[in-house]
Design a protein around this ligand. Structure first.
Ligand SMILES: [Zn+2]
Length: 233
């Protein structure tokens, strides 16, 4: 019976492929590490010729974390929603002390997902993460509210090569929600590669008078992986 059940609903750790476990302890471990700052490795984040936006991330997008994020984003592993929400909640708690001095409600704004991606997945992943980060900020004593204030302009897409995406994203992000000008914004995305998406989101928000104070993502390419990606381009 067990073999029959496995054939019908195969379960394997998305990080290492180990069978009969949703996520093994070894592959879960990196998601419990303290957040780290990814902006020095995000080549496209140096917008406005000033200091790059602080970007806090949980994991480095190589090895098992890469497998887990891919399975979650594109492999239909909706059973990992809660796992990544928990990781994002912890990240929010860790980032809270860095935002406490603002003394204002932080507007937690998810990067816009393509409508087709959200339909295919059945869930808006950046929004799911934003809600969790917002919860974490509140647990850390920082008042926070989620606002879905960004949309992707018609005809533009996420995906393709990093440089295509960067060119396409600049000007493609629209501010749709009502944010009070001057309220600090924390951007949320699932993964950070070049930082192009975050830079485009940040530029769109700041044009409308919303200061972006940082970003939180699940994972980013690390220094070594980032150098390799830039070298290959
Ligand atoms: Zn594993």
């Amino acid at each position: 019976m067990r073999d029959v059940a496995r054939a019908v609903v195969p379960v394997a750790c998305p990080g290492c492929g180990r069978e009969d476990v949703r996520c093994c302890d070894a592959c879960a471990a990196p998601w419990w590490e303290p957040v780290w700052r990814a902006e020095p490795d995000a080549a496209r984040l140096d917008v406005h010729g000033r200091a790059a936006l602080p970007v806090w991330v949980v994991a480095t997008l190589v090895g098992s974390p890469h497998g887990m994020v891919s399975a979650w984003k594109d492999g239909g592993r909706r059973d990992l929603d809660g796992f990544f929400a928990d990781a994002s909640r912890r990240a929010g708690r860790q980032v809270a002390p860095h935002l406490a001095a603002l003394g204002r409600t932080v507007r937690v704004v998810p990067a816009p997902a393509r409508a087709a991606s959200t339909r295919r997945r059945g869930v808006d992943l950046p929004l799911l993460l934003a809600r969790a980060v917002s919860d974490g900020l509140e647990q850390g004593g920082v008042p926070a509210r989620v606002h879905t204030a960004l949309a992707i302009g018609a005809g533009e897409q996420r995906g393709g090569s990093a440089i295509d995406r960067w060119r396409g994203m600049r000007g493609a992000i629209r501010v749709t929600g009502s944010l009070t000008p001057g309220d600090p914004v924390l951007l949320i995305d699932d993964v950070v590669t070049t930082g192009a998406t975050l830079a485009a989101c940040s530029a769109a928000l700041e044009e409308r008078g919303s200061p972006v104070v940082g970003a939180v993502a699940l994972a980013a390419v690390g220094r070594v992986a980032g150098e390799a990606a830039r070298g290959l381009r």
